[in-house]
Each structure stands twice: as structure tokens, then as C-alpha cells.
Design a protein around this ligand. Structure first.
Ligand SMILES: [Zn+2]
Length: 71
């Protein structure tokens, strides 16, 4: 299980997000967005996965996930 913060995932607070795989981390991050930053969640949902910004985000996320400490 790894831990990342909301701000590491592009959010605006320091809430801790956990997950043992990048998919799980992304899912938990999305859950947090919906609860804490609904307008950001709406933006993410409105973005296309082929949007260069989303692709860049995904690459950064994978690197940050690999670098995140194991709990
Ligand atoms: Zn947050």
C-alpha cells in the first residue's frame, strides 16, 4: 500500500490518498475529489483521456506513484 497526497495528484489539499496499485490510487483520488473538491472532479470527468494534459498528468502520476513510500 502506498500513500500520496491530494496535492501530489494535482489537488489542492494535503489529504492522504492510499492505494496498492496505480488504478486503486487513482480511484481513491477520484473519490476524494468528489467529496472534497467536486468542481475539480467535474473538470476531470469532462476531460477526454486523450487530452494532452490528461496524458501528461497520467505520466507524472505513474512516476510519483512509483516514488511514493510503501506503508
Ligand atoms: Zn484534496
Amino acid at each position: 500500500m502506498k500513500t500520496m497526497t491530494c496535492s501530489q495528484m494535482g489537488g489542492s489539499c494535503d489529504a492522504k490518498i492510499t492505494g496498492s496499485t496505480p488504478d486503486e490510487m487513482m480511484m481513491n483520488g477520484m473519490k476524494h475529489l468528489e467529496e472534497a473538491h467536486p468542481e475539480m472532479a467535474a473538470d476531470v470527468k469532462a476531460s477526454s483521456p486523450t487530452d494532452p494534459m490528461m496524458i501528461a498528468w497520467g505520466e507524472k502520476f505513474k512516476k510519483d506513484f512509483d516514488a511514493a513510500p510503501e506503508m
